[in-house]
Design a protein around this ligand. Structure first.
Ligand code: AHR
Length: 371
């Protein structure tokens, strides 16, 4: 089935190459183009959700075979991402899914992709653990005539894929920084001394969030005492925070965790060290992802603000595949729609590059609707 997609793939790759930034840097679009893409995505999200109900297998009654090389199972976000793909790529929807959990091991992820090539699957989906080291294996996919769709994190050293569906991580980091500036002003916090627990080093989610937050910190003259990786895990977050509580005792008033699971671990460490946090505590606790459990901790006045990373890419990938199946050219970049969450007392006005941001108040209904 895939051989007939070879010419389309070449055409799509050219289109990808022509798009500014696609397949380029982790900050894969300028902020302006991200804003444009994000608003464009809002309507396509509804369309994709509706389309999912139709069968993907529109041609000859055979199931479409899809391999998904998933990062691992390190976080609540990852669980939601896996579920989104498994829900969409079901036999009922015309697909046969080969799913590989790569356990945050880049070598295992390359091996998974090569096994998909050997199995001669119709499509390969990759959520790249790290953003580099991809060109050789993507060349092998291209030579085998298998279209690759990248989701969530970006690939920065190859453009040999037909589409990417994911988040603007730098915008997430900028949002956290701009929110903190406005929140600190409103609460009369005159000095920021922050510690950062970053995600997996070299993952575009880590690179973008670090760059975005650092940009605001540099502009505002904040003191970033330290940044160490917690690998996007609860255990990692706890371990790093235990070290920070010892090394910087009494010196920090902001903790930035690059995902909710790290924040859960950091909270355990701060509880054990007797450090208070959240809107009524001594430490402002910032998190990313805004999964259900993260928002529950916002509601419980533990996390001060949570910046969403939307994991529900499945329907958009389905849309890409259906477009290819029907002989069309898919969207080459799709940005997920994301929101910034807090309790009402921590909702403040802020802008990113001159664009006013809306915050979402965390309520029971909002938590209920989250993943
Ligand atoms: O790539 C997305 C990031 O990876 C999410 O923020 C995190 O929870 C996950 O592990």
């Amino acid at each position: 089935m895939k051989k007939r997609f070879l010419s389309l793939m070449c055409a799509s790759v050219m289109a990808v190459g022509l798009l500014a930034g696609c397949g380029g840097s982790s900050d894969s679009s300028s902020d302006e183009s991200a804003a444009t893409e994000e608003s464009a995505t809002a309507s396509s999200e509804e369309e994709a959700s509706a389309d999912i109900k139709a069968d993907a297998d529109t041609s000859d009654g055979e199931l479409i075979t899809v391999g998904f090389a998933q990062v691992g199972h390190e976080s609540d976000w990852r669980t939601a991402s896996t579920k989104s793909a498994q829900d969409v790529f079901s036999e009922e929807n015309g697909y046969e899914l080969s799913f590989v959990d790569c356990d945050n091991d880049s070598a295992a992820q390359l091996e998974a992709v090569r096994s998909f090539i050997e199995q001669d699957l119709d499509y390969i989906i990759i959520d790249p653990i790290v953003s580099t080291g991809w060109d050789t294996v993507l060349t092998e996919c291209e030579e085998a005539g298998i279209p690759v769709i990248v989701i969530d994190r970006t690939i920065d050293d190859s453009d040999k894929y037909v589409a990417w569906v994911g988040s603007n991580f730098k915008t997430e980091g900028l949002a956290a920084g701009e929110w903190l500036k406005a929140y600190a002003e409103e609460k009369g916090i005159s000095e920021i001394n922050a510690v950062v627990i970053s995600g997996t080093t070299g993952a575009s989610a880590q690179i973008g969030r670090s760059e975005g937050f650092q940009e605001i910190a540099d502009r505002e003259g904040w003191n970033i005492l330290d940044e160490q990786t917690g690998d996007f895990t609860e255990d990692g977050g706890q371990e790093v925070m235990e070290n920070y509580c010892k090394s910087y005792e009494g010196q920090f008033n902001v903790v930035v965790c690059q995902n909710d699971n790290e924040a859960f671990g950091a909270m355990t460490a701060m509880d054990n060290a007797g450090v208070s946090y959240g809107p009524n505590g001594d430490v402002v606790l910032i998190s990313f992802d805004a999964c259900t459990a993260g928002l529950e901790d916002v509601a419980a006045e533990k996390i001060t603000a949570d910046f969403e990373c939307n994991p529900l890419a499945g329907p958009f990938v389905d849309e890409v595949i259906k477009t290819i199946e029907s002989g069309g050219t898919p969207e080459t970049e799709v940005y997920m729609v994301e929101h910034w969450f807090a309790l009402s007392d921590a909702i403040v006005d802020f802008e990113i590059d001159g664009e006013a941001q809306e915050m979402t108040e965390v309520t029971d209904d909002v938590i209920e609707a989250q993943y």
